[in-house]
Design a protein around this ligand. Structure first.
Ligand code: R5P
Length: 291
């Protein structure tokens, strides 16, 4: 088996270091600079000849720039004799654009996956699988889907009592129901209607008894936060004790974290994307899959 080296890209240096420590491989960060005109200048930090390069790079923030980093680093590693390039993209961007919602629109998930064939295999955590059910439907290279469900269930078990789990929309059953089953508590999955990127409507049925409960809303992505804010506003009026928002991937665009905290929510995410709410470390989950 080829010797492994771990390279962390711009978005994933801390996570890359943690993974490297767990698989007992050397770690270095990619050297990325920009020319005055905005072009990317990238250098591999170490010799890669005959090695397996594990490139850890989450696709948020700056998904477009980061895709270039992944492509440049993988192709360069191959050109310089790496035996294998494994892309670890803990957060995989463009997965929500999984159909042509408007005529002539770009179906970005399949284009992103085609670009990732710069590597030999790819791993990600809880990709947004909605209209497709498996990564193999869009990737031509082996693509592994890891899950944060065990780590999130463990976190809830240790830190939250008398809880009820809520999934804010139909897709979130993959997280909400699975996590609730692991810790033996009740889960409710709500229905969401999305009008625009910043406008969703979610109706919380009035017959659900949240009185005195710690309500944990679980979703894969927290982006603008509206999918969380809508149910929180209603659940608050229904007598809940505390409301927790747990997201696998905390994108927190347009001040979402601040807005969620302002309405009293306790916000927790994994460390697939570095952010101030990240409390659940997935380096162990990823390292296990790399061994
Ligand atoms: C989409 O359905 C995802 O699972 C999330 O619910 C969504 O991306 C969250 O977006 P936002 O925080 O902008 O409402």
């Amino acid at each position: 088996m080829a010797k492994k080296v771990v390279f962390g890209g711009t978005n994933s240096q801390d996570l890359g270091r943690r993974i490297a420590r767990k698989i007992k491989a050397p770690y270095s960060s990619l050297v990325v600079k920009h020319f005055p005109d905005g072009e990317t200048n990238l250098r591999l930090p170490k010799d890669v000849k005959g090695k397996e390069v594990i490139l850890v790079e989450s696709m948020h923030p700056d998904p477009n720039e980061i895709m270039i980093e992944i492509i440049f680093a993988s192709r360069t590693a191959k050109e310089l004799g790496a035996k294998k390039v494994t892309i670890v993209a803990p957060y995989l961007a463009y997965m929500r654009q999984d159909k042509r919602f408007h005529s002539r629109e770009c179906k970005s998930n399949t284009i992103m996956s085609a670009l990732m064939t710069c590597g030999d295999r790819i791993m990600t955590v809880d990709p947004h699988l909605h209209r497709i059910s498996s990564l193999s439907e869009i990737f031509d290279i082996p693509a592994k889907r890891l899950s944060a469900n065990d780590a999130i269930a463990e976190y809830i078990k240790k830190n939250i009592k008398n809880e009820v789990i809520v999934g804010p929309d139909s897709e979130s059953y993959q997280w909400a129901r699975a996590i609730a089953d692991k810790i033996n508590v009740h889960a409710t999955v709500l229905k969401k209607k999305r009008y625009t990127s910043r406008h969703v409507r979610i109706k919380v049925k009035s017959d659900i008894d949240f009185r005195g409960k710690n309500v944990v809303i679980v979703d894969d992505i927290i982006s603008t936060g509206h999918t969380m804010i809508e149910p929180i506003k209603q659940i608050k009026k229904m007598g809940a004790k505390k409301i927790y928002c747990i997201g696998v991937h905390g994108l927190f665009v347009e001040g979402a974290l601040k807005r969620l905290k302002k309405i009293g929510a306790k916000v927790i995410t994994t460390n697939t994307i570095p952010n101030p709410a990240s409390r659940i470390d997935l380096s162990g989950t990823i390292a296990k899959a790399l061994k």
